[in-house]
Design a protein around this ligand. Structure first.
Ligand code: FES
Length: 167
């Protein structure tokens, strides 16, 4: 590992081994490592914790504001922890024309959150995504990776109950 200021070294020393190993695989100041570091960090935590963004800033010599800019520009990155079940609502064309927006509204209403938010109990994170690749089943929603297709808004309560019963 290259030179780091004391505060970053201390912060890094307090992180999981996986994160320490991740930083060891890149050189300090290696700016092109930003996206891979963010991707791998999210792979470890499921989102991008603030302390890691500061360590990344120090390590790669990139202003933290710029790192936030990158993290918010790409849909793949999350700045908040994800709920146990990630609910993805397809916003692709086929789903949109078959009422995907009404399905999203039903989910928002039932969960009491907007897209991009997590329920207070940490059970669900709601998000909208581009085509999920199952257009023939439009409109489509995935819950924890399970596909649910040909949905109508009235189906949402029943689907969510299936996951809540498992808890
Ligand atoms: S547009 Fe929704 S699955 Fe393709």
């Amino acid at each position: 590992m290259g030179k780091l200021c004391n505060c970053s070294r201390d912060l890094l020393a307090n992180q999981d081994r996986e994160i320490q190993k991740l930083f060891r695989s890149y050189s300090p100041g290696e700016k092109e490592a930003l996206i891979p570091i963010l991707q791998e960090t999210q792979g470890i935590y499921g989102y991008l914790p603030k302390p890691i963004l500061y360590i990344t800033s120090e390590y790669l010599k990139i202003p933290v504001g710029k790192i936030y800019g990158v993290a918010t520009f790409y849909n793949q990155f999350r700045l908040q922890p994800v709920g146990k079940y990630l609910v993805q609502v397809c916003a692709g064309t086929a789903c949109h024309v078959r009422g995907g927006d009404l399905v999203l509204q039903a989910l928002e209403s039932e969960l009491g959150i907007k897209s991009g938010q997590t329920t207070q109990d940490g059970l669900y994170t709601l998000s909208t995504v581009a085509c999920l690749g199952a257009c023939s089943m439009a409109p489509v929603v995935t819950v924890g990776g399970d596909f649910h297709g040909r949905l109508q808004p009235k189906d949402i309560v029943k689907i969510l109950r299936e996951y809540e019963i498992k808890e």
